[in-house]
Design a protein around this ligand. Structure first.
Ligand code: UD1
Ligand code: CA
Length: 459
C-alpha cells in the first residue's frame, strides 16, 4: 500500500488580490523573518514530501512564481485567469490532478505559521479504515470573526461548511471554524470539484461546498481539530503581517532559548528564518540578526548590533553598536567594538577592531590590532579594492588605508597615517605632516592676540 509520503500533490493558492495590504507588491511576497511569506508554505509542502507542488497565481502576479522557483525549481506554476473563488482556483490545476490517485492537499499562500506536523495529522486520516474523501481542519475560536463555520451532526459527522457571509444568526454562533486547509482523495477530487456551482450572491465557486457534495455522494468527510489555531491565521492586512512576524519571532526565540542561548531581553532580539546559533551564546538587548548568519559557541553579541550574512566563530565579542554586513567572517575570539562597521572581510583569530572603524573588503590576519578610527578606503568611486593586513600588525588610531594595499606581518603603522603603498613585514610606517615646535611660541602668540583685542576694545 502507498502511504501519503509518496503520493501527495500539494496545491498552494495565492491568486487572491490581497487588496487589504494596500501594496504594489503581491501579498505573498511581503517578508517575514527576512524572506517572502510564500517560502514558509512551500517549505511545509517540501517537508511533507509532496511529489509535486502547484502554485496558483493570477496573471499579474508572475513575480510570485519567479520568487518561489528560486528555492523550489520543480514548482508547477498555474495561472488562474480570473479569480472566481477557491474551488475555481483548485480546478485551474486540473491538467495535473485529473488522473492523480494520491492525496491532494490544498494550502493558502498567506498562512506562513502552519506547521508540517499538524498537516501530517490531516494526511494520516487517509489511513483510517473509514477512508474519507475529504479532510478539513477545524479550529475552536472564541471570536470566529468571518471564518467559515463547520456544521456537524449529533454524532459529530461534518455536514457542511457555511461561509460567514451566507451564515444565519444561528450558524454564526458556531465556534468551530474552517481553518481553510483541505485534503482530498485524488480518486474523487475532480469529480466532486466539478459539481460545485457558483454562489448566487457573488458568482464565486466556494471550495467549502465540496463537503455537502461529498456527503450527498455517500462519501466520508472528516475534521481534524487544530490544537493551536494561530497556525492558521492568514495575513490579510499589514497588522496581520506584523502579528505573524511577531509569532514567528517568538517561535525562533523559544527555540534558541531551548537550545542553550541566553537572551537578557528576548523580546528585543530578532532572528531570521535561517539564523544558526550555538549554545552558550549570550545576546544582550536590542539585537537584529539578518539572513544568512551563523553564530558559534560562547559568542557575546552586545546591544544595538545589526548582523547580516556573517559567520561569527567561537568566543568572539561583537558590539555594542556594531554593524556586520554580508561576507563578514570573524575567526575565533575576535573583537568588534562600538561604532564599527565590517563588510565582506575576514578577521583572524584574536584580532581586535574596538572602536569607530570601517573595515570593508579586507583580509586581516591573527592577533592584529586595528586602532580607533581606522578606515579601509576600499572604493575609489569606480571600483572596490582589497586591503590585506598580516598577523600581529598594529594599526595606529585614525589611519586611512587606501586600497588596494598589503600590510605585512608584524608591521606597525603610526597613528594618523594615510597609507597609499604596500608596507613590508615588520616595517614601521608613518605618513603624516611633521610636527613643528616653536619654543616659547605660545607665549608670544598669546601676547600678540591680547594686544589685538585690547586695541580693538579701545577703538
Ligand atoms: C476561506 C474559506 C473559509 C475559511 C477561511 C480560512 C472558502 C470559500 N472559504 O475564506 O471557509 O474559514 O478561508 O482562512 O474557501 N484564492 C485564489 N483564487 C481565488 C480566490 C482565492 O487563489 O479565486 C486564494 C487566495 O489567494 C487565498 C486563498 O485562496 O490564498 C483563500 O481565499 P480567501 O478569499 O482569503 O478566502 P476566505 O474568504 O478567507
Ligand atoms: Ca483569507
Amino acid at each position: 500500500m502507498v502511504t501519503f509520503n509518496n503520493s501527495l500533490f500539494t496545491i498552494i493558492l495565492a491568486a487572491g488580490k490581497g487588496t487589504r495590504m494596500r501594496s504594489s507588491l503581491p501579498k505573498v511576497l511581503h517578508p517575514i523573518g527576512g524572506r517572502s511569506m510564500i517560502h514558509y508554505v512551500l517549505e511545509t509542502a517540501v517537508e511533507l514530501q509532496s511529489e509535486q507542488v502547484a502554485l496558483v497565481v493570477s496573471d499579474s502576479q508572475k513575480a510570485v512564481v519567479v520568487e518561489a522557483q528560486r528555492t523550489f525549481p520543480k514548482l508547477l506554476p498555474v495561472v488562474q485567469e480570473e479569480q472566481l473563488g477557491t474551488a475555481h482556483a483548485v480546478l485551474s490545476t486540473r491538467a495535473f490532478i485529473e488522473n492523480y490517485k494520491g492525496i491532494i492537499l490544498i494550502l493558502f499562500g498567506d498562512t506562513p505559521l502552519i506547521r508540517h506536523h499538524t498537516l501530517s495529522k490531516v494526511l494520516n486520516c487517509f489511513q483510517n479504515p473509514s477512508k474519507p474523501a475529504v479532510v478539513i481542519v477545524g479550529m475552536e475560536l472564541e471570536d470566529p470573526k468571518t471564518y467559515g463555520r463547520i456544521v456537524t451532526s449529533e454524532n459529530n459527522q461534518v455536514k457542511a461548511i457555511i461561509e460567514h457571509k451566507e451564515a444565519s444568526e444561528n450558524i454564526r454562533k458556531i465556534k468551530l471554524c474552517n481553518a481553510g486547509v483541505m485534503a482530498l482523495d485524488g480518486a474523487h477530487a475532480v469529480k466532486l470539484l466539478e459539481k460545485i456551482v457558483p454562489q448566487e450572491s457573488n458568482q464565486e465557486y466556494y471550495l467549502t461546498d465540496i463537503v455537502t457534495i461529498a456527503r450527498a455522494e455517500g462519501l466520508k468527510v472528516e475534521v481534524v481539530v487544530a490544537q493551536d489555531s494561530s497556525e492558521f491565521e492568514g495575513v490579510n492586512t499589514r497588522k496581520d503581517l506584523a502579528e505573524s512576524e511577531s509569532k514567528m519571532q517568538e517561535r525562533w526565540r523559544n527555540n534558541a532559548l531551548e537550545q542553550g542561548v541566553t537572551m537578557i531581553s528576548p523580546e528585543t532580539v530578532h532572528f531570521s528564518y535561517d539564523t544558526k546559533i550555538a549554545s552558550d551564546v549570550m545576546i544582550h538587548p536590542f539585537v537584529n540578526l539578518g539572513p544568512n548568519t551563523i553564530i558559534e559557541q560562547d559568542v557575546t553579541i552586545r546591544s544595538f548590533t545589526d548582523i547580516e550574512g556573517s559567520h561569527i566563530k567561537k568566543g568572539s565579542v561583537v558590539g555594542p553598536f556594531a554593524r556586520l554586513r554580508p561576507g563578514t567572517v570573524l575567526e575565533e575570539n575576535a573583537k568588534i567594538g562600538n561604532f564599527v562597521e565590517v563588510k565582506n572581510s575576514l578577521l583572524g583569530a584574536n584580532t581586535k577592531v574596538n572602536h569607530l572603524s570601517y573595515i570593508g573588503d579586507a583580509v586581516i590576519g591573527q592577533k592584529t590590532n586595528i586602532g580607533a578610527g581606522t578606515i579601509t578606503c576600499n572604493y575609489d568611486g569606480f571600483n572596490k579594492w582589497q586591503t590585506e593586513i598580516g598577523d600581529g600588525v598594529s594599526i595606529g588610531a585614525n589611519t586611512s588605508l587606501v586600497a588596494p594595499l598589503k600590510i605585512g606581518d608584524e608591521a606597525y603603522i603610526g597613528a594618523g597615517s594615510t597609507i597609499t603603498k604596500d608596507i613590508a613585514p615588520q616595517s614601521l610606517a608613518v605618513a603624516r605632516a611633521q610636527v613643528k615646535e616653536i619654543e616659547k611660541g605660545a607665549v608670544s602668540l598669546r601676547k600678540k592676540k591680547s594686544t589685538l583685542t585690547y586695541e580693538k576694545d579701545l577703538g
